[in-house]
Design a protein around this ligand. Structure first.
Ligand SMILES: Nc1ncnc2c1ncn2[C@@H]1O[C@H](COP(=O)(O)OP(=O)(O)OP(=O)(O)O)[C@@H](O)[C@H]1O
Length: 626
């Protein structure tokens, strides 16, 4: 085939010239107007330049990214027509971003990886995969990105506060080796807590950029020498660099992970032809692990999209399964793929392409694989879901409008809203990153940022649980006044910060809401409950109770009488009274414990306001967040 390409190189160039004038618009994968690609998985292609040896061999370039349509790539192959002159066979592929042969690795870093680093620094899990055939530039890309990551991680402003640990391994089939420890074999095990452990791998703490560079270089030298030791294993193994970033000041929950992965690639047909049985088995194993990886990336993105749309629990739609246990590679990446681990994850896939016509076939395979990783999810648009109360259903424009309205009092115009993320992404950011993004970029105080975040979640929860204040006829609900063009003044914003809702409390009461309440001095209810916290979690309206029952203070509760106020209920159905669980002060300052066994009936008349609290899984206490 190579001989055919070389003999017909001039014919090929002439055909390309005529194609520019007459070729029809190539077909691109269709996407419905109501769909979008997953915001958490970005798939891009990097086309490396033709190397000197490619040029010397005389193979022309066959891969052409479209200038006017970023993300679309044409591959023009030369087909040996049995009855006449060779003809062009063109195929078109679509990815999210294309980096042409002129783009340097810094451009990839700035547009895709810098975000992942910030994300991991704030407690998220960021993963970058480089994929492509042998010689397409995976190692070139990953090693330069590792150096740029080292520079940005170790030269940032807050290096004194964070701790960075690094592990680099390579994985061939089921056998793994520590590249920072003389290729010592390691095991991939699941511990009794279900976490994947790289047993035997040494995790190195890095304190400065030089430390990190030295480790990167050490790992690279072990990969580089491997081909002579182990039959070209550099291209037949997955190279995994794991960077764990912790910030002791922010607590154990703040630990983030950044994975930079140089995937074993598909091989050119000319290389496969000379393979023996062992090498063919290796190739099969690689293909299997890449196929499992594809399923994991796709299904995880679909699961996340379902969760973002708030349909995870209710929908009867079959939930995609993430088969991460089916290969050693995805087992190592359990943090990324396990659905039960509700960690925010972002992925970037760089498909590396060799542009030479001699390699069109593997280049097409790489781009086909890249296209399969682009997951189409329902667009979070108002057209798809008309529930205005659910911020997850807003378009980016609606989110920005809402934030601009909120930020009016801070003199920030539309240009000041910098988020590239959709709300679905934004709301799922780790809290620290959400806060990092907001105040620095749009001039909000930390109190205002907290308010915005709490409010977004409050609105989303309201919309899912169908709270009394939510209706399509009254989309204003909690915030309609501001969304409908009435610009908030700083006084309004301050008032909202104190009282986060503009709809009366009694209209918004719902199970799960925490309220503060004022116990009347005449009340005997709760007398036996030590030190009432003045806060309670609403369980259900009293009228939902069946007959009388005994509360936590041994009072007999009758749906028609109020235990708390001791007065007759406003009507015979017991409306206006709620069975609540008490929140009592915890051991840690400013923490509260939910005591469900301390149940009490509270009249709405003595409820003061909603309190937004956050649950901390480590201490098992609630903390007031607003
Ligand atoms: N963007 C680029 N600009 C210049 N040279 C490049 C670029 N990408 C790759 N190269 C060169 O191409 C050659 C092959 O690249 P590299 O070793 O990174 O490929 P690979 O896909 O990792 O291969 P393998 O799978 O065999 O490890 C190297 O000589 C590298 O310097």
């Amino acid at each position: 085939m190579e001989k055919f390409y070389l003999e017909n190189a001039d014919v090929y160039r002439a055909l390309l010239k005529s194609l520019n004038k007459t070729s029809p618009e190539p077909r691109t994968p269709q996407q419905l107007a109501t769909e979008t690609t997953s915001p958490d998985v970005v798939v891009c292609a990097r086309i490396r330049p033709l190397l000197d040896e490619d040029v010397a061999a005389g193979f022309p370039c066959a891969v052409f990214p479209r200038v006017a349509r970023p993300g679309i790539i044409d591959i023009h192959d030369l087909y040996n027509h049995p009855r006449g002159r060779p003809i062009l066979k063109s195929s078109t592929y679509q990815v999210d971003r294309t980096f042409t042969s002129q783009a340097d690795t810094g451009e990839i870093y700035d547009s895709l990886v810098a975000d992942l680093v910030a994300f991991a620094s704030n407690g998220g899990v960021g993963t970058l995969f480089a994929y492509g055939q042998t010689g397409s530039g995976k190692t070139f890309t990953i090693s330069q990105l590792e150096q740029l990551v080292a520079m940005s991680l170790m030269e940032g402003n807050d290096t004194s506060q964070r701790q960075v640990h690094m592990t680099i391994i390579d994985l061939a089939g089921n056998s793994a080796h520590d590249l920072l420890n003389s290729r010592e074999p390691i095991s991939i095990l699941e511990d009794s807590f279900g976490a994947t452990q790289l047993a035997g791998a040494v995790e190195h703490q890095v304190r400065c950029r030089d430390d990190m560079m030295e480790l990167i270089e050490r790992a690279a030298s072990f990969r580089r020498t491997a081909p002579t030791l182990k039959n070209d294993s550099s291209s037949r193994s997955h190279g995994i660099c794991r960077i764990r970033i912790t910030n002791p000041a922010a607590g154990p929950d703040s630990a983030g992970l950044l994975y930079l992965i140089d995937l074993a690639g598909s091989e050119a047909a000319r290389d496969v032809a000379t393979h023996g049985a062992d090498r063919m088995r290796e190739t099969r194993e690689i293909n299997m692990s890449l196929s499992v990886l594809k399923d994991c990336i796709r299904n995880k993105a679909e699961l996340d999209a379902l969760a973002s749309a708030g349909r995870g629990r209710k929908s009867k739609q079959r939930k995609p399964r993430v088969p991460f246990r089916q290969s050693a590679l995805t087992k190592v990446l359990k943090h990324v793929f396990e659905p039960s681990v509700d960690r925010a994850c972002k992925m970037v896939v760089v498909a590396c392409i060799n542009p030479s016509i001699a390699d069109v076939s593997p280049s097409k395979n790489t781009l086909r694989y890249a296209e399969m990783l682009r997951v189409t999810v329902p667009a979070t648009s108002a057209k798809v879901n008309q529930n205005h109360m659910d911020p997850m259903a807003w378009t980016d424009e609606q989110l920005k409008e809402w934030v601009i309205d909120k930020s009016d009092a801070c003199s920030v115009g539309s240009a000041g809203v910098p988020w590239a993320e959709s709300l679905a992404q934004l709301a799922r950011l780790p809290k620290a990153e959400f806060e990092n993004k907001c105040p620095g970029m749009i001039g909000f105080s930390s109190e205002q940022v907290n308010f915005i975040r709490s409010k977004l979640w409050q609105m989303q929860l309201d919309s899912q649980h169908g709270s009394p204040g939510t209706s399509l006829d009254d989309p204003a609900g909690l915030d309609g006044a501001n969304l409908r063009g009435q610009r908030p003044t700083s006084r309004m914003l301050t008032r909202e910060l104190n009282d986060p809702t503009t709809v009366p409390l009694r209209k918004r009461l719902r199970p799960g809401m925490i309220v503060s309440w004022n116990r009347s001095p005449s009340s005997d209810a709760g007398a036996s409950i030590s030190d009432g916290s003045g806060m309670a979690l609403i369980l259900c309206p009293v009228q939902n109770l069946d007959g009388t029952f005994i509360d936590g203070a041994a009072n007999v509760v009758n749906p028609t009488r109020s235990v708390e106020t001791g007065t007759q209920a406003r009507n015979s159905h017991g409306q206006g009274r709620y069975l609540c669980g008490q929140l009592t002060p915890g051991q840690v300052p400013e923490s509260y414990e939910l005591s469900l066994w301390h149940q009490i009936v509270i009249d709405v008349d003595v409820m003061e306001k909603e309190v937004i609290m956050e649950y901390d899984a480590q201490t098992r206490y609630y903390y007031v967040s607003l």
